[in-house]
Write a protein that binds this ligand. Structure first.
Ligand SMILES: Cc1cc2nc3c(=O)[nH]c(=O)nc-3n(C[C@H](O)[C@H](O)[C@H](O)COP(=O)(O)OP(=O)(O)OC[C@H]3O[C@@H](n4cnc5c(N)ncnc54)[C@H](O)[C@@H]3O)c2cc1C
Length: 434
């Protein structure tokens, strides 16, 4: 038996380097270009960003979510959790380290299901960080329920023709290609009626109707696209995975994605706590520091507790994924950290905003952005309620109904059993007759 929270010295050195690099250098990009992480970079931006990516590669920390077969170090989820905490503090961190969502999840499924041609065309530039991609699944009328998706792909000779509308397809405006989920067999069951397609952004018939902005993005210049696909023709070879296999492909993508969001959220929440502590030690009111006010101390203490509990659950989930190498087997805890991610982020960011007073509510501090990201993560990759259902269902698998009319813990029944066993009293009637 070994329970150990220490980190090997060599990896700790990597983490220390990453922390200094992110807070000392990458943070500067966050304030210079807060909305440009997915945009094709200008020449000037490339001159700044490319050498930073190169430093990360030299350090062996590029695309750490990938195994060696795809050019990553294959650190596993536990080490990745520690690194992602650091990257999650910064807007640009994931891009500079080659691990930004949704590109990581998209790369994962192309690596898993793609043909050699698809990998060469889409995966290689994606892994190099040269392009960004778009996952186009959610529909305006369908939301979280794939059973009602209507975007259709119809076979026409050697091609598929895609028609329909998708909602909240993140970064569509910057993407070089789209992964589109479309119904190919309307009569089949929910889990077999859809297929996945890899479609170049240059294909005729793709029209971005709107780029919706959410809280934290500039108004009318957002990243969440409402897209219309009209007679989008793709060759049969554009299908990713098997016909009817989109459900399985999407599940593969979402397992890792949810865990990585949670890992980064630990870092974001910690940043809020750090800011809270600094403010409490800096601001004086009614003759004493905020840090001496009990109400403020409660906020700091509660934030610490919530972050630590969350962090341990994230670590435990990462450890299980490394141990079993099977996202399905760890479903309950992946759902659990998905539920906790927005709760912890929102609660801690909200308190940090409160402690900073009016300033906390402005864009002069990163807190409203972090608070908004909590709200987003209660929906992205499936709403909280759906994951709560998963947790409850998985938990209930491990339980059975009570053996009779009374609960197993019914004290009079247990007392009668104890008297029969230990004191030789007449045996009680069976639980079933109680
Ligand atoms: C920041 C962000 C980025 C996103 N990026 C992408 C992307 O790149 N590609 C993409 O395809 N989609 C993306 N999405 C969409 C996301 O997958 C959907 O928002 C999500 O699936 C929920 O769909 P909906 O928003 O239509 O909500 P609905 O499905 O309409 O649900 C609304 C509410 O109803 C309740 N509800 C829904 N289902 C259940 C249930 N089964 N049980 C109990 N209550 C339920 C919940 O309270 C839920 O919040 C993104 C969303 C966000 C916020």
């Amino acid at each position: 038996m070994s329970w150990d929270f220490t980190v090997e010295p060599e990896f700790q050195e990597q983490l220390d380097w990453a922390d200094e690099f992110v807070t000392g250098t990458v943070y500067k990009l966050d304030v210079l270009w807060p909305h440009d992480t997915y945009r094709p970079l200008t020449r000037r931006q490339r001159d700044v960003v490319d050498p930073l990516k190169q430093e990360v590669r030299k350090r062996g920390l590029w695309a750490c979510h990938l195994g060696p077969e795809l050019g990553g170090p294959g650190y596993g989820q536990l080490r990745l959790a520690l690194l992602n905490e650091i990257l999650g503090k910064s807007i640009w961190g994931p891009r500079i380290f080659g691990s930004q969502a949704p590109d990581t999840g998209n790369a994962e499924i192309i690596a898993h299901y793609g043909t050699p041609e698809q990998k060469q065309r889409y995966l290689e530039p994606l892994l190099e960080g040269d392009i960004v991609s778009c996952f186009s699944m959610t529909e305006p009328q369908g939301g979280a329920d794939p059973g009602v998706f209507t975007t259709r792909a119809v076979r026409d000779g050697g091609e598929w023709v895609i028609n329909g509308e998708k909602f909240f397809s993140s970064n569509a405006r910057w993407a070089s290609f789209f992964i589109i989920m479309a119904v190919t067999n309307p009569g089949a069951t929910v889990s077999t009626r859809m297929s996945m397609f890899l479609v170049s952004a240059e294909t005729a018939g793709i029209e971005i109707e709107r780029n919706l902005a959410h809280l934290g993005e500039p108004a009318d210049d957002g990243t969440e696209a409402l897209i219309r696909y009209t007679d989008v023709r793709v060759p049969a070879s554009a299908m990713l995975g098997d016909e009817g296999g989109a459900f399985g492909v999407a599940q593969t993508r979402l397992g890792g994605g949810r865990v990585h969001h949670a890992m980064r959220a630990v870092g974001s929440a910690q940043r809020c706590l750090d800011m809270m502590a600094e403010r409490a030690l800096s601001r004086t009111t009614k003759g004493e520091l905020l840090a001496r006010k009990q109400a403020v101390q409660n906020m700091i203490a509660d934030s610490y507790l919530e972050i630590q509990q969350f962090r341990l659950l994230v670590m435990y989930t990462a450890w299980q994924i490394d141990k079993y190498q099977d996202y399905q087997r760890v479903r309950k805890d992946i759902a659990a950290i998905k539920v906790q991610t927005p709760r912890v982020l929102e609660a801690v960011a909200r308190r940090a905003i409160q402690i900073h007073g009016a300033l906390g509510t402005t864009y002069d501090l990163p807190l409203t952005r972090i608070y908004a990201s909590g709200m987003m993560l209660a929906l992205a990759d499936g709403p909280t309620e759906v994951h709560q259902t998963t947790i409850a269902r998985q938990l209930l698998h491990g339980y059975a109904p009570a053996p009779g009319m009374w609960p197993t813990e019914h004290i009079p029944t247990r007392r009668a059993e104890a008297e029969a066993v230990l004191l030789g009293a007449p045996a009680p009637a069976g639980r079933d007759q109680d």
